[in-house]
Write a protein that binds this ligand. Structure first.
Ligand code: IMP
Ligand code: MG
Length: 183
């Protein structure tokens, strides 16, 4: 798998060290609050697992499953939910955890649905990666692992056509392996 990478951006230990700091920030923010974490499947699964075990608070964990890529390397513009309702978070503070903030469509759609269907006291966003680019939708992240250039990355939960999620590091996929047929 690693041979398919053009370059490595973050080794496992770099990621885990950053998670230590991120977890401390999140713990400080939610110390006296009722927190529900909503992990966005499938991309955040590895990140959320490592991050949440560093947060010593009595939080609740729920998940939403969304898709916006459908096989390519660029968002199709349409975000589809695999479940009908969002978790019941009325009277609770919500932290949405996702792998990456790219066009902003996914996080925008989740926040929109959350506030339309539930009554959270607050909703913040935590992403492992944030691409430096203009966003199609006004979504922002409150907690960010790393800012990266606008390149297609895989590993540590991030996929290309469902592959590479189990790579323990994050890297840029070699250009010749990427077909944009799914766009
Ligand atoms: P957005 O809706 O365009 O912000 O995209 C967010 C979703 O697209 C993320 O949750 C990822 O699943 C996926 N995504 C965006 N950029 C990348 C990338 O560079 N590699 C792999 N998946 C990505
Ligand atoms: Mg994906």
């Amino acid at each position: 798998m690693q041979n398919d990478l053009e370059k490595i951006l973050f080794h496992e230990q770099t990621i885990l060290s950053r998670l230590d700091v991120l977890a401390q920030e999140i713990t400080a923010e939610y110390r006296d609050k009722e927190l529900t974490v909503i992990a966005v499947l499938n991309g955040s699964i590895i990140f959320a697992a490592d991050l949440l075990r560093r947060i010593p608070l009595a939080l609740k964990l729920d998940c939403v499953s969304v898709a916006s890529y459908h096989g390519g390397t660029a968002s199709t513009g349409q975000v589809t939910f695999d479940q009908i309702s969002v978790p019941d978070v009325s009277g609770r503070h919500v932290l949405i955890v996702d792998d990456i903030l790219d066009s902003g469509r996914t996080l925008f759609a989740i926040q929109e649905k959350l506030f339309a269907e539930a009554r959270p006291l607050s909703a913040k966003v935590c992403v492992l990666l944030r691409k430096i680019k203009e966003r199609a939708k006004p979504a922002e992240a409150d907690f960010v692992g790393f800012d990266i250039a606008d390149e297609f990355v895989v590993g540590y939960g991030l996929d290309y056509q469902e592959n590479y999620r189990n790579l323990p590091l994050i890297g840029v996929l070699r250009a010749e392996l990427v077909t944009n047929s799914g766009r």
